[in-house]
Design a protein around this ligand. Structure first.
Ligand SMILES: NC(=O)c1ccc[n+]([C@@H]2O[C@H](COP(=O)([O-])OP(=O)(O)OC[C@H]3O[C@@H](n4cnc5c(N)ncnc54)[C@H](O)[C@@H]3O)[C@@H](O)[C@H]2O)c1
Length: 384
């Protein structure tokens, strides 16, 4: 078993998810590589947080509030970086320059300029393996849909809709946090926060948006500041992007991408529907075990519903009939990152984390979407 020594920079919500995945790495049954966390860095990093990490990970021997100390640590081979968006450019560039492999969090730069700075650092350090996080495609039912895409089972694409919907911001009394402030989260608002998640599968399928008409909504312009006052909440809550995309043969089709923080009734719903001339399929995390599909061969048209359970791409000790959940998707994504890091390519096309090129394409799209909203126009994306 090969070991890759990791640091976590950003010990918040997502840092804990990675730590927990490492703690249950033996859950994966067929891996030839494992991560070991030797260093954690957060700012501020409370004694309670440090105690939580250390209680589950006896391998940690560096705890710091200064990420440069992590980069100077020769033991650290790879970094998971999960910090607010305004820090992505500086932190990711420095991690890459230090020669550490990186799984960075989306949006992979607060804006297009930041993303391109990260990509330049990647070009200059080709020995470093860099990917962006996005876990939902690793749900077994989605992996099955991805197999259908790869096998060309849909025929000519009629239309595709993908979305990521939250509803907790419907509560106007919810205090503002960094994800609702332009200076920390960026102009993209909900697109930066949720957008790469909805782009991952369409982009990997080669469905490239050529143009976009975006309608962005700021539904709650003020929120409690958490200190008894009120704060301006200037980020976009909801985004609907209608794109003209092209399939692998260059045929155009409508691609609708929705990222919404105010979608009543939707707690954390990631979904995709693909309709084609020969086949259609739909998946939603609301019914995380189920893939719905239809093969059209003439005659009647009936949806089939198949429960997938735990038929994961990276095998685990859990029985195949048992249900799959969010933390399982995180574990599968980490297996994919380490597999590709050590084997040089994913085990199959859709079992890989978001590439820097895919992240860049998402930035071109969200930047065009901002322009479209400003001018009520259809914006053409630069050809990539
Ligand atoms: N993949 C997903 O499903 C998913 C879900 C939520 C968030 N995210 C992404 O993860 C990233 C972090 O989000 P989060 O929800 O974990 O945020 P969070 O607020 O819970 O955690 C952010 C962390 O950054 C650390 N930090 C801030 N400034 C720092 C500095 N100068 N040096 C070192 N550490 C610093 C803080 O200590 C904190 O631990 C964001 O990019 C976000 O978009 C991804």
């Amino acid at each position: 078993m090969k070991t890759v020594k990791f640091a976590i920079i950003g010990t918040g919500l997502m840092g804990r998810e990675f730590a927990s995945a490492v703690m249950r790495w033996p859950h994966l049954s067929g891996m030839k590589v494992k991560p070991e966390i030797v260093s954690i860095c957060g700012s501020p990093l409370t004694p309670e947080e440090t105690a939580w990490y250390k209680s589950g990970l006896s391998t940690i021997n560096q705890v710091t509030e200064d990420y440069k100390e992590v980069l100077a640590n020769p033991e650290v081979e790879a970094v998971y970086c999960a910090v607010p968006h305004f820090l992505h450019e500086q932190f990711y560039v420095d991690i890459i320059k230090a020669g550490k492999h990186l799984l960075g969090e989306k949006p992979f730069g607060i804006d297009l300029a930041a993303n391109e700075a990260v990509n330049r650092a990647i070009e200059r350090n080709p020995e470093v393996f860099v990917r962006s996080s996005s876990e939902f495609p690793f749900v077994p039912a989605m992996q099955r849909m991805c197999d259908m895409i790869e096998a060309g089972e849909f025929g000519r694409i009629i239309e595709v809709e993908a979305g990521f919907l939250h509803s907790s911001d419907l509560d106007t009394n919810k205090p503002i946090n960094w994800k609702r402030m332009i200076k920390a989260n960026g102009e993209y608002g909900c697109m930066g926060d949720l957008g790469i998640h909805v782009c991952h599968v369409p982009f990997r399928a080669g469905w490239v948006p050529r143009n976009v008409r975006a309608i962005l909504s700021n539904l709650v312009p003020y929120r409690p500041d958490g200190k008894g006052g009120t704060a301006v909440c200037e980020t976009w809550d909801n985004a609907v992007l209608l794109c003209e995309a092209e399939d692998a043969e260059g045929n155009p089709f409508p691609l609708t991408l929705k990222t919404q923080r105010i979608a009543p009734g939707e707690k954390n719903t990631w979904y995709i529907t693909v309709k084609g001339m020969k086949g259609s399929a739909r998946f939603t995390t609301k019914q995380i075990n189920t893939l719905e599909y239809m093969h059209y061969t003439g005659g009647g048209q009936a949806w089939a519903h198949e429960d997938m359970g735990h038929e994961t791409t990276f095998k685990s000790v859990t029985g195949g009939i048992f249900e799959f959940g969010f933390s399982d998707a995180i574990l599968q994504m980490w297996a994919a990152f380490l597999y590709e890091l050590t084997e040089g390519k994913p085990p199959k096309t859709f079992a890989g984390c978001v590439t820097p090129e895919e992240a860049h394409l998402s930035h071109l799209l969200f930047t065009a979407a901002l322009e479209s909203q400003k001018k009520s126009s259809v914006e053409t994306l630069p050809t990539v």
